[in-house]
Each structure stands twice: as C-alpha cells, then as structure tokens.
Design a protein around this ligand. Structure first.
Ligand code: GTP
Ligand code: MG
Length: 315
C-alpha cells in the first residue's frame, strides 16, 4: 500500500443536495475519474456510491448520494433514504446548491434560498454533522460579485463551516474545496487501497452506464421507469461478453425501448458497449434484453429484486 506520512488525514465526506445540483459531477472532478453517472436530468443518481480520492497526504472517501426531494413513490423514498443514510456518521457533509442566476445587483441583494432548498438543509442539519456549503455551476454566473449577497443569504440560514463557490466543469474552486475538506479531517490511515476507486463492482458500474444511455436516448420520462441489471459477465480471450436486462413498468414502454424494428435497443446497446469498453479498457459484446416488472417504482417489494436494497438497512 505504500508509506503514508505521519500527518496523513482521512475520513468520509458526503456530497448531498437537491437533484441536479452537480453532486456526481463534483465527485468525478475531485477524484479525477468519471465514476458516477451524471446527466442533465434530475434524479439520475439512485444509490449511494463511494468515490475514493487518494493523495500522498490524505484519503477522502466521498459519498455520492441521490438528490433530496419530496418523495412519493417507493423508488423515490428509497432514493431520499439513501441520501440521508449517506450523510449519517460522516466526518463532513458537503451541501451543494446551485449558484442562482440573478440578473442585477438588486435581485442579488434580495435573493433567498427557496423553501425546498431549505427543507433539504434542515433534513441534513438534523443529522448533526459539520456542513460546508458548496455553491455549484458558478461558470453560469455573469457577474461574480453577485455571489457575495447569495453567500450572506445562505449563511443566515445555517452556521456553515465554510462556503466555497465552484465550477466542477471548469475546475474552479476545487483547490479551495480540497483545502477546506482536508483540514477538517482527523489524522488517520488510509481506509482503502489507493488503487481502488469505488466500492462498487464492475457489474454495477456497467448497469449504470446502460442507464446513462437510456437518459441520453429515451426522452424525458421513460428513463425514470427503467432499471438495469447485469445478468451475466464472461471474459473470453480479449473481450468481455456482458448481458444486461432493462426493466420497464409497462408493456407499452417495452416497445419504446426496443424501438421500430429493434432500432432503439440496437442504438442503446452500441452506446453502452462503448462506455463499458472505456471503463474496462477491453472490447465488450453487450446483449441487452427488456422485461416488464409491472409498476416496480411503486412497489416496495419489487425494489430489492431490481437491486435497490441497502445492505445496511437490514442490519
Ligand atoms: N455549467 C455547469 N454545469 C454543471 C456543473 N456541474 C454539473 N453541471 C451539470 O449539471 C447537470 C447535473 O449534474 P449531476 O452531476 O448529474 O447532478 P447531480 O446533483 O448528481 O444530480 P442527481 O444525481 O440527479 O441528483 C449535468 O448536466 C451537469 O453537466 C458546473 O460546474 N457547471
Ligand atoms: Mg447524481
């Protein structure tokens, strides 16, 4: 594992916030690898994922989480539960909020976080861990001076440890964020081998990459009705043979995923195969099939059968 200096720091740091604020993108930017699927669609992330960020003098175990929202279906309740579990017992929480698009000084001076954002803050604050507020997507803020009143408005809501404006896409603010995180971690050893990047198996990541393709090609609604499981993985000479099943909620959705003459499933399979090959560094043959798991997003008994089950929940 290699020697670590006596002052080595380590700990668990949760990344939480509303859907689509840039949690998965930030995890990827910090670790420097595309570990978590990030898309333009809210509620992309469904499960916790550990991203292991190792440097000579620290190891930060980042916890990516689903967006906190008002959940109705069984799947959405599972997602919010995953987010809150992710922020429990960590050394530090990064609460992400998008830097608001304000037009002028007056709008900036009177801006306040909305009620749903504040609900998210109070759910996290209840867990009692120290919180750093991370303002995201500042590359979209025309006049950076407008960030100051926004930061003041947030700090009136909670005694944050620090507030760090960032743009994960442009790499801005990440050095400052790293410094704010590492100085708050206790001295301690590495928890994971520095070669290890996540806590998930290759199969899990492959299923996520198929989901990323679904978000890219299936329109606005359908991806939310889909779950993906990898059902087979065989290494044969220089390539992997992977089988995966896409579960949908209704018969009509099955037709949409397959497409006319199988055009859509072919397209999905080609895209996902590329993504999996990039992950493994080897060519991949991917066989996708589609099955109906009727109303699975609303049926708490179905979720574990499709892989949505927290190992800690049953302990
Ligand atoms: N302009 C800009 N866009 C960003 C930035 N960070 C993330 N995004 C975009 O915001 C969208 C959502 O990003 P994600 O990382 O998937 O957000 P998330 O918080 O993980 O979303 P959920 O998993 O759905 O809760 C994607 O289209 C990203 O490309 C940023 O720094 N600047
Ligand atoms: Mg995400």
């Amino acid at each position: 594992m290699g020697e670590t200096p006596a002052t080595h720091r380590s700990g668990f740091v949760a990344i939480v916030g509303r859907p689509n604020v840039g949690k998965s993108t930030l995890l990827n930017a910090l670790v420097g690898e595309p570990l978590a699927v990030a898309t333009a669609h809210p509620q992309t992330t469904r499960e916790r994922l550990l991203g292991i960020w190792t440097a000579p003098d620290f190891q930060v175990v980042l916890v990516d989480t689903p967006g906190i929202h008002r959940a109705r279906s069984a799947l959405n309740r599972f997602m919010v539960d995953q987010a809150l579990r992710g922020a429990r017992d960590v050394d530090l929480v990064l609460l992400l909020a998008e830097a608001p698009a304000v037009r002028d000084d007056e709008q900036a001076a009177t801006w306040e976080p909305g009620p749903v954002a504040l609900e998210g803050l109070s759910a996290i604050a209840e867990l009692g861990r120290p919180i750093v507020l991370v303002l995201t997507k500042i590359d979209r803020v025309g006049d950076r001076r407008h960030l100051l009143p926004v930061i003041s408005a947030w700090t009136r809501m909670h005694p944050f440890e620090a507030v760090v404006p960032t743009s994960a896409v442009q790499g801005e603010g990440l050095d400052e964020l790293r410094a704010e995180v590492v100085r708050r971690l206790p001295e301690g050893p590495r928890y994971y081998d520095p070669e290890q990047l996540t806590d998930r198996h290759l199969r899990w990541h492959a299923a996520e990459l198929v989901r990323a393709e679904l978000f890219e090609h299936l329109g606005q609604e359908l991806p939310y009705s889909c779950a993906v499981r990898v059902t087979g993985w065989r290494e044969h000479e220089d390539r992997d043979h992977v089988r995966a099943t896409i579960y949908v909620e209704r018969d009509s959705q099955k037709g949409m995923v397959i497409g006319k003459g199988g055009a859509m499933i072919k397209r999905l399979s080609m895209g996902a195969r590329e993504r999996i090959a990039q992950l493994t560094g080897r060519p991949c043959d991917l066989r996708l099939s589609v099955e109906v798991a009727r109303n699975w997003t609303r049926d708490p008994d179905m979720l574990p059968r499709l892989g949505y089950e927290d190992p800690e929940a049953s302990r």
